[in-house]
Design a binder for this molecule. Structure first.
Ligand code: ADP
Ligand code: MG
Ligand code: MG
Length: 254
């Protein structure tokens, strides 16, 4: 079952073309890693999928579960089962993490035609999900993201994903300061949540992350396009040989 189909997607930032024809097909149960040099458009791609207003789609299409994703508002995209960590506000003083998670969870349920969850049932559910990220319940009473360390923010991202059970999770590991613990948190979370019913797009600069998460497909993005794709062994090849050979092969084929 094809979950996401991206065809010839082009997008501008401030009038400058950044995405120049991205093609990608993701089926249910698959983990796709997108790698590539800095500035190649990886984060732009994830923001366009999320519906970030600063990014103007100029062509192509994105079909998510048979629906034109580009027609949906960012919140509708989230409700329909696309998860992006940065869809959620960075810091909300005075709003507890628990309250925030409950609102996000109920919003997703509503979109699925379900009733709001009973508060006690939510407590049970969240306890189970805390286990995925090895987090203490005291974490929930703190204001959302306020004073969270980098590792705690990562844990919280994975907690949100564990709770919302998106059909498609998109993780953009942009933070060059991610330490090995944070990488492991992300990896454990992704591995535990992966199932035949959902899919993950993992954008990363780090081959290291793929020591912990075994992707089904690895794509290289450069100059706003996916210029080559392969299996998990491609990540190892990129680690030992860098990106230049891929760029050269792509230029030669053009
Ligand atoms: P990557 O995530 O692969 O490192 P990005 O998607 O962040 O690449 O950036 C791709 C290109 O788009 C870069 O040249 C970057 O400078 C430019 N770009 C991205 N976002 C913006 C923005 N909001 N304003 C101006 N330029 C941007
Ligand atoms: Mg970058
Ligand atoms: Mg980036």
């Amino acid at each position: 079952e094809v979950v996401l189909s991206v065809r010839n997607l082009t997008a501008n930032v401030d009038g400058t073309p950044i995405l120049k024809g991205v093609n990608l097909e993701v089926r249910s149960g698959e983990i796709h890693a997108i790698m590539g040099p800095n500035g190649s458009g990886k984060s732009t791609f994830s923001k366009v999928l999320a519906g970030h207003p600063a990014y103007e789609v100029t062509g192509g299409e994105v079909i998510f579960q048979g629906q034109n994703l580009l027609e949906l508002e960012p919140e509708e995209r989230a409700r329909s089962g696309v998860f992006l960590a940065f869809q959620y506000p960075l810091e909300i003083p005075g709003v507890s993490n628990l309250d925030f998670l409950r609102v996000a969870y109920n919003s997703r349920r509503k979109a699925q035609g379900l009733e709001e969850i009973d508060a006690f049932d939510f407590d049970d559910l969240i306890e189970e999900k805390l286990d995925v990220v090895k987090m203490n319940a005291s974490f929930l009473s703190r204001s959302l993201n306020e004073g969270f360390s980098g590792g705690e923010k990562k844990r919280n991202e994975i907690l949100q994903m564990a709770l919302l059970e998106p059909k498609l999770g998109i993780l953009d590991e942009t933070d060059s300061g991610l330490d090995i613990d944070a990488l492991r948190i992300v990896a454990n979370g992704v591995n535990q949540l992966a199932s035949p019913e959902n899919s993950t797009i993992l954008i990363t600069h780090y081959q290291r992350l793929l020591d912990y998460i075994v992707p089904d497909f690895v794509h290289v993005m450069a100059q706003g396009q996916i210029i080559t794709s392969g299996g998990k062994e491609l990540a190892l090849e990129l680690e030992s040989r860098g990106y230049d050979w891929v760029l050269e092969e792509f230029a030669a084929a053009e």
